[in-house]
Each structure stands twice: as structure tokens, then as C-alpha cells.
Design a protein around this ligand. Sequence first.
Ligand code: SF4
Length: 306
Amino acid sequence: MIDLPRHNANFCAEHLLQLCRRQVDKAIHDHDMFAPDDRLLVAVSGGKDSLALWDILVEAGYRADGLYVGLGIGDYSDASGDHVRAFATERGLHLVEVDLREQYGYDIPTASRATRRVPCSACGMSKRHLFDKAAIDGGYDAVVTGHNLDDEAAVLLGNVLRWDVDHLARQAPVLPARAGFPRKAKPLVRLTERETAAWCLIRGIDYLVEECPIAAGNRHLHHKSVLNAIEEESPSSKSAFYLEFVDKMAPLLAGRSAADAGELTTCERCGAPTTSEVCAFCRLVATSAAHDPVPVELVLGGRGRR
Ligand code: SF4
């Protein structure tokens, strides 16, 4: 049995699986994320959320391939790639792979040091670009990511603390396709990370438990612990915080982000949409690939800046 205070109930294995299926189905339909015959590209990291998502979508009959980006974060990336490949092979699923070092000449520790960004900033920019590119190149209808309720509530708290209207306006469970960008959807927004971990446990999914060793500079981790402390005292406040934002506030902010308003041109190097001659990803590649490789140990603890 698993105790879920936010639902004020204990769940057996069978009912926990039903809860997960129902919540994902509700997210997909409430937000019109994608159609039953759409081709989906699921960004998978080897962790519980992305593998649970891929499993839930395939079980529900969606045509879902996986996308794994090798980030070059030492042993952590080696292990994450192994988990993703094993998951795909055991189930006969198609996996698209991109390796930063092999295909672009850099890795995340090196990009962090070369660009003087915290690792998650260089990593996030790289993944966003490569997810978009893989989806467009492969003709997929949507990129699907494993962001869960805890992730989205933590991001929302960070955006609210700064009243970052631009990011608030883009913090929707689904973003429509627009010139050069694929549709992006987050079907796990109604499930907590405890629930996705339980899904994996019950379904026998061998996911990577180890956390990214260079995540320490990630502000979302602090926001998550703040929200967990509130949730402890007041069960279901986390889901109310995020889901009520989606229902009541997000519609008021629709179309108000800079990306909605901005004029986009085409990157002269890679052809991706951008607001400048060369897109931010191509600038990051140029700077990072020219830098001597930096071992992951040198950026441990999130010390990406020199
Ligand atoms: S924690 Fe940061 S650096 Fe590590 S994989 Fe996630 S975004 Fe990348």
C-alpha cells in the first residue's frame, strides 16, 4: 500500500496504476496535448519520470519513440544511457540518440566552464534545442517530456517569486507548434514524483535512482524542498498551487511572453528560429567546442562559474 495524503487515501498497486493512468489521460485530454494517432517523441533521461511516461504512453497505445541526449556528465551519463537503452531494448521500442561530445564536440561540464553558466543553464539550452531539432527532423507531432507536478510547482514558485511574466506565460502543460518549433507537452503534470516512482516500482522499471551530480546550482531543488515543507503541513496545497494556476491564471497570460511577441529570423548556421543572426545554441557550441574538455569533478557542487 502507498499512502497519498493529497488524495487522503491509501492505494494498493492496482489502484495506484489506475490513478496514474487516469491522471495522465486527464492531462492529455484537458489540455488537448495530442491525438491518438500522433507520432510522439518522448525525451528520456533514464530517471523515473521519463521512463514512467514512456511506459504509460506506450501502454495506452500511443506511437511513442524515445529520445536520449548524452550529456557527457561522467559516470552519471554513462549509467543514464544504459538504463534508457535497456528499457527500450526490453520492450522493442525505437530510441533516437544524440551525443553532445560525439556530434557537437562538447559536454555539459565543459559548456558550463566555457560559457561561465551554471551547468543546468548550459544543459537546459542544449536539451531544448536538440529536442526541437530531433522532433522537426524526425517529423514527430510533439515532443513529450516527463516534467511532473513537483517540477512544475517548483518552477512556478520560482517564477512567482520574481513575478517573471514572460516565463509564467509559457509555463503551460502544452505549448503549440509554431514556426520552427514543435508542439511540446507535459502529460505528467497531474502526478507527483512519488507517484511516478511507485509506477516504476510496480511495473518493474529499472530506472536510474542516482541524481545528477552537478545539480546543486539548480534553484528548483530549493523551491521543491520549500513546497514539500508546506505540503507536509497542508496536504494537497502543492497540487492546488500549480493546478489552480493552470486553470485560472495561465489563460489570462496566454500570448504575453516575449517569444509570442518577438519577430523570429533563421539562424545562419543551423537554420533554427532565433532573434539574432546566430542562435544561442550555435554560440554555445562554438564557445564550448573550442574549450579543453573539463572533467565533471571540476564542476561538482554546481560551481560552473570560474
Ligand atoms: S540537473 Fe542540471 S545539469 Fe544535471 S541533467 Fe538536469 S539540467 Fe542537466
